[in-house]
Design a protein around this ligand. Structure first.
Ligand code: AMP
Length: 281
C-alpha cells in the first residue's frame, strides 16, 4: 500500500494508474469495521481505492472533541494494508489549507438547517471544504460516504450536483456492533457502563420504529416517546430525536408513508456525543 503525504507523491501515484477507476474513502482515522465496509464497497466497484486519514479541524466546533479525537494510525495502516487497499493519503493542514484553516462559504439549500447543522455551527462548511479540496486534489471517479452521517451524505450530494464535481457519490449502510450500537470512532471513549448504556440508542429507536402505527401517532408524539425512553438511560442525555424527510431533511409534521422518512437522534452519552438514524418508510 502506497503512503502518500505530498501533492507530488499523489500526482505520481495517480499517473501510474490514470486509466483505472479510482474509488475514494475519506476518513478521520481511528478506523473500525464501519470504515472498512466502505473500503470494501469501493474495492468492489473500482480498480483502485484510496483512503484518506485526516482529522479536519475546521469541522470541529468543540475544541475538546478535536483534542480528544482518537488517533490509532499504526493499527489503521495495518488494517488497510491487510485489506489490500491501494493507497492511503495522509495530508497535513498545510497541504489541504495553504491559505490557513478557513472554511469556504456554501449554500446547502437548507439541508444544514436542522440536527447537526443546528447543534454544530460551522461543522458542515468545514466538512464540505475539506471534501471538495480532496476531490480537487484526488479527482476520484467515485467516493463513498456512510449513512451513519446521513446529513453529511445529503450535503455532499447537494454540493457535488451544484458545483458539478465529476464524481459519483455512493452511500454505504450503517455498520453496527452486535448489540446494535452504530460503530463510531468515538465509541472507544465510552466508559464500560456508558458503552453498555449506548446500546439503548439503537434498541429504543428500532423498537419504536417496529411498533410505529403512522395512522395513530404523530411525529411529535413518536419523537417525544423515543426521547423519554432514552433519557431514562442513566448515561444518556438526548439532544434531539427528529423525524425528517429523507430528501429535504425537513422535520415532518405528519407521517406520509409514501415519502422516504427517517428518524435521527443525537445524544450525549457520558462525555461522548453519539448520533444514529434509521429509516421509517
Ligand atoms: P469519520 O472517520 O467518522 O469521518 O467517517 C468516515 C466515513 O465513514 C464517513 O463517510 C462516515 O459516515 C463513515 N462511517 C463512520 N461510521 C460508520 C458506520 N458505523 N457505518 C457506516 N459508515 C460509517
Amino acid at each position: 500500500m502506497e503512503h502518500i503525504r505530498s501533492i507530488e507523491e499523489l500526482v505520481r501515484w495517480k499517473s501510474e494508474g490514470h486509466e483505472k477507476k479510482l474509488g475514494f474513502v475519506p476518513t478521520m482515522g481511528a478506523l473500525h469495521d464501519g470504515h472498512l465496509s466502505l473500503v470494501r464497497l469501493s474495492q468492489s466497484k473500482c480498480d483502485r481505492t484510496l483512503v484518506s486519514i485526516y482529522v479536519n479541524p475546521t469541522q470541529f466546533n468543540n475544541p475538546e472533541d478535536l483534542a480528544k479525537y482518537p488517533n490509532t494510525l499504526e493499527s489503521d495502516l495495518q488494517a488497510l494494508e491487510m485489506m489490500g487497499c491501494d493507497a492511503v493519503f495522509l495530508p497535513d493542514a498545510q497541504l489541504l489549507y495553504p491559505q490557513g484553516l478557513k472554511s469556504r462559504d456554501f449554500d446547502f439549500d437548507g439541508l444544514d438547517r436542522n440536527m447537526e447543522g443546528a447543534g454544530r455551527p460551522g461543522h458542515f462548511e468545514g466538512m464540505a471544504t475539506v471534501v471538495t479540496r480532496f476531490f480537487e486534489l484526488i479527482g476520484p471517479d467515485l467516493a463513498i460516504f456512510g449513512e451513519k452521517d446521513f446529513q453529511q451524505l445529503s450535503i455532499i450530494r447537494n454540493v457535488v450536483a451544484k458545483e458539478h464535481w465529476p464524481v459519483e457519490i455512493v452511500p454505504a449502510a450503517i455498520s453496527r456492533e452486535a448489540d446494535g450500537l452504530a460503530m463510531s470512532s468515538r465509541n472507544m471513549r465510552l466508559l464500560p457502563q456508558e458503552r453498555e448504556d449506548a446500546a439503548q440508542i439503537y434498541a429504543v429507536l428500532s423498537s419504536a420504529v417496529s411498533k410505529l402505527n403512522p395512522a395513530e401517532t404523530t411525529p411529535k408524539e413518536f419523537e417525544r416517546e423515543c426521547a423519554k425512553a432514552l433519557n431514562k438511560v442513566p448515561s444518556i442525555h438526548v439532544e434531539y430525536v427528529s423525524c425528517c424527510d429523507a430528501l429535504t431533511l425537513e422535520q415532518v409534521d405528519t407521517f406520509i408513508t409514501t415519502r422516504s422518512t427517517r428518524v435521527f437522534a443525537a445524544v450525549q452519552c457520558g462525555k461522548v456525543r453519539l448520533i444514529d438514524n434509521l429509516p421509517l418508510f
